[in-house]
Design a binder for this molecule. Structure first.
Ligand SMILES: CC(=O)SCCNC(=O)CCNC(=O)[C@H](O)C(C)(C)COP(=O)(O)OP(=O)(O)OC[C@H]1O[C@@H](n2cnc3c(N)ncnc32)[C@H](O)[C@@H]1OP(=O)(O)O
Ligand SMILES: O=CC(=O)O
Ligand SMILES: [Mg+2]
Length: 728
């Protein structure tokens, strides 16, 4: 049982109370008593509102289930269906045209387009790395990934492979020629770079040449005659050519170039939601503490690699000499956003005056808000947002009424924290069907504070399955990408964002690249996101951010948005077309393969979540491709199994059999981890039981979410392992 402090009627876990008192409040100008009094009022005001929203979700889901039950098997009568959705309030009227009015938005969000990195905030090592991923080595990103193939002696060997290095350098020079070309020579022909009269001069076999567009020179470091770095700008993004003739790589290069460094993760989402396993006060405090330290610029993490340990800290700003001789400073770190939890879960980190667990989102708003105050006033101010805003990513909202409550909660938190109104901005995850279907109305509710809409297509796919669970069996997981709803969803998200005036004011974002090791494919395919008019799209790692940055040099997103902003390319009818499959097309092999794949993903993810508290993992799919798995992908897999089970495409026995077979496979995959406890042959661990419950009871989980089961099982696991501290 937790040690608790009673304050203003709240029972606060001691660890949280101490964190607030000793770490978060000092330096904010806020008094402890006033803070907790404000917190108590906020909890009292918003707990019932959140409860009400959840009841509406349940009611609508029951009504939708009822519709499909009475409609029976066969194709859905779309007209009747839409009329029904309107009658139950699932579809609401669109507001008249309006333009969002969000102000104090940093350029990384409002005007410059680039990669958006996401990182589990509970992992300080990754979080510090992510904050520093604003700048990334292109040489490393090419060398260390499959972007450079391993044919013809170019393998990734334990030591440096010069043949591979040559391919990297050639590829990087080609990138420079495309992005910041010289007038009359290739960067591959450069033998020296210097700055002369505020302009870049490259010596080459063709003589001395300048930039084709001299205005691309943004600055340099070092002596103008022999610069250490040349800073160039293109589409609002910067890149550095780094020169050092004494460096192992630079010494082999005609122009002494040792690296090309790109401005990469322009923004990063510090995630407290689907990539973390935070089930009690202890976990929540770890997340809040990491956010506080990020806001104070003090986060550090010990990193041990190759037998050496070093401390990773946050990078400083980068200082250059501008072409006119003045000093130019650029941010050394990514602009950070914080993803809080959605409306569903409660936390026992704080109990209300009646002893009830409190909506977790209220705690996130308060305690990450408190951390953010350090970026807004006091000695650390402006380390993150120069514009004086806090960027909150709000997931899993269903429709405009939920967005309205989220915004009202932020307004309430502003008042508790003594912030100017509209300081706490909101990024709307367009990842539940009722939000996609009413997106304009959702944006309207947030029009004064919205800074992004983002197609979280993974959760959105999970909700697509769950909402229409009773309509029939869904297409196979991999076929979801080519269904009509998803195209309509992606297109209409951009079109509606542009219609509401996002261009130049807020981000229109796209989803995660979920195959973290397949970066050659990413480099080929993810250019589709800026081409679709997206200002940013999610990447799973700093290396992926560096590679994805190339796409924003290839595409001028602002120009693309200007071309696109001429109306909607899809209809509500397309968006609401349920992705039902044709069972006749699935033979026994196909069914078994689909089931095994989904079971393997679920088990591979859940075992680390429940047993080790790891919220985001790389798990091989059945073909051996490592995939990023988080709660949203787990939602898809578990819902898909539940859907096929419900419609008799697979049997319960087959599911049980697959669980056991795949558990052994997952055990094998984790055999190298000394802390790993195998699921086979006893099949009775909390992790195994959690996965089993997720797939067998998926149809009855709220919106198909995985959180309730995962949290309960992880809490039990912690309890059993004696991991429950006084805070929980
Ligand atoms: C649907 C959604 O909601 S998507 C959003 C949620 N998903 C995410 O946030 C994905 C975040 N990514 C990750 O957690 C990881 O990249 C994974 C789980 C996919 C792969 O993790 P691993 O197998 O440990 O990665 P891998 O071994 O390839 O690389 C680890 C290195 O990369 C770094 N790294 C990997 N991902 C990230 C990241 N997102 N941010 C910062 N650094 C990262 C680590 O710091 C580590 O480097 P270090 O040793 O110098 O510290
Ligand atoms: O949060 C992102 C998603 O795809 O879900
Ligand atoms: Mg999501």
């Amino acid at each position: 049982m937790a040690d608790r402090i009673t304050i203003h009627g709240l029972q606060v876990a001691e660890a949280l109370h101490a964190f607030v008192r000793d770490e978060a409040l000092p330096g904010t100008g806020l008094e402890q008593d006033a803070f907790w009094s404000g917190a108590a009022s906020l909890i009292e005001e918003f707990s019932p509102k959140v409860q009400e929203l959840l009841q509406v979700r349940d009611r609508m889901q029951e009504q939708i289930d009822g519709f499909h039950r009475s409609a029976g098997a066969g194709p859905v009568d779309q007209e009747a269906y839409e009329e029904f959705l309107r009658s139950i309030g699932y579809l609401v009227d669109e507001p008249e045209d309006f333009t969002i009015s969000t102000d104090r938005v940093d350029p990384e969000i409002a005007t410059v387009s680039g990669p958006q990195l996401v990182v589990p905030l509970l992992n300080a090592r990754f979080a510090a790395n992510a904050a520093n991923a604003r700048w990334g080595s292109l040489y490393d990103a090419f060398y260390g990934t499959d972007v450079i193939d391993e044919a013809e002696g170019r393998e990734r060997t334990s030591g440096y492979n010069p043949a591979r290095g040559e391919a990297v350098i050639a590829r990087a020079r080609a990138f420079l020629d495309e992005t910041v070309p010289l007038a009359g020579a290739s960067h591959a022909e450069a033998t020296a770079y210097r700055i002369e009269d505020g302009a870049l001069v490259a010596e080459s076999s063709r003589g001395a040449v300048g930039l084709a567009d001299p205005s691309q020179l943004a600055g340099y470091r070092g002596e103008p005659g022999a610069p250490e770095a040349i800073l160039l700008a293109h589409h609002g993004l910067h890149l550095e050519i780094q020169i050092d003739r004494t460096h192992p790589i630079g010494s082999t290069d005609a122009a002494g170039v040792k690296d090309v460094v790109l401005e990469a993760a322009l923004t990063t989402i510090m995630d407290l939601e689907d990539s973390v396993a935070a089930v009690d006060a202890e976990d929540k405090v770890s997340g809040y503490r990491n956010w506080l330290k990020l806001m104070q610029g003090t986060l550090t993490a010990d990193v041990t690699k190759g037998g050496k340990t070093f401390s990773r800290s946050l990078n400083a700003d980068r200082v250059y000499t501008a072409p006119d001789g003045s000093e130019l400073t650029l941010p050394g770190r990514s602009l950070l956003l914080i993803r809080q939890v959605g409306h569903l879960m409660t936390s026992d980190a704080v109990l209300d005056s009646e002893g009830n667990r409190v909506p977790e989102e209220i705690l996130d708003a308060l305690f990450t808000g408190l951390g953010s105050v350090h970026d807004l006033r006091g000695p650390h101010a402006g380390g993150n947002s120069r514009a004086g805003s806090v960027y909150i990513v709000k997931p899993k909202m269903h429709g405009p009424a939920e967005v309205a409550v989220a915004c009202a909660l932020l307004a309430g938190a502003e008042s508790v924290l003594g912030l100017e109104p509209l300081t706490l901005k909101i990024g709307i995850m367009d990842e539940e069907r009722r939000t996609s279907a009413n997106l304009k109305a959702c944006i309207f509710e947030a029009r004064e504070r919205v800074v992004f809409i983002n197609t979280g297509f993974l959760d959105r796919t999970g909700d697509e399955i769950h909402t229409s669970m009773l309509a029939g069996p869904m297409v196979r997981k991999a076929d979801m990408r080519s269904t009509s709803w998803i195209k309509a969803y992606e297109d209409s998200n951009v079109d509606i964002g542009l219609e509401c005036g996002f261009r130049g004011r807020a981000q229109i974002g796209k989803g995660m690249w979920a195959a973290p090791d397949n970066l050659a494919d990413m480099l080929e395919q993810k250019v589709a996101h800026p081409l679709a008019g997206a200002n940013c799209a999610w990447v799973p790692s700093p290396t992926a951010a560096t590679l994805h940055a190339i796409h924003y040099h290839q595409v001028d997103v602002d120009a693309r948005q200007a071309e696109l902003g001429a109306g909607r390319r899809s209809t509500l009818r397309q968006l609401l077309t349920i992705p039902l499959g044709d069972p006749a097309g699935w033979d026994e092999d196909a069914r078994r393969n689909e089931l095994d794949n989904n079971i393997q993903s679920t088990l591979g993810y859940v075992v680390r979540w429940v047993s080790a508290g790891v919220g985001c993992s790389k798990v091989p799919d059945i073909g051996g491709t490592p995939l990023m798995e988080d709660r949203a992908t787990c939602r898809i897999s578990s819902q898909h199994i539940s859907n096929w089970l419900l419609h008799g495409i697979i049997t319960r026995e087959q599911v049980e059999d697959s669980l056991r077979r795949m558990a052994a496979v997952v055990d094998e995959q984790n055999a190298g981890d000394p802390d790993y406890a195998p699921m086979a042959p006893s099949f009775d661990s909390e992790a195994f039981l959690a996965a089993r419950e997720l797939v067998l009871e998926g149809a009855s989980q709220p919106s198909g979410y995985t959180e309730p089961i995962l949290h309960r099982r992880r809490e039990a696991q912690k309890e059993a392992a004696g991991l429950v501290g006084s805070a929980s």
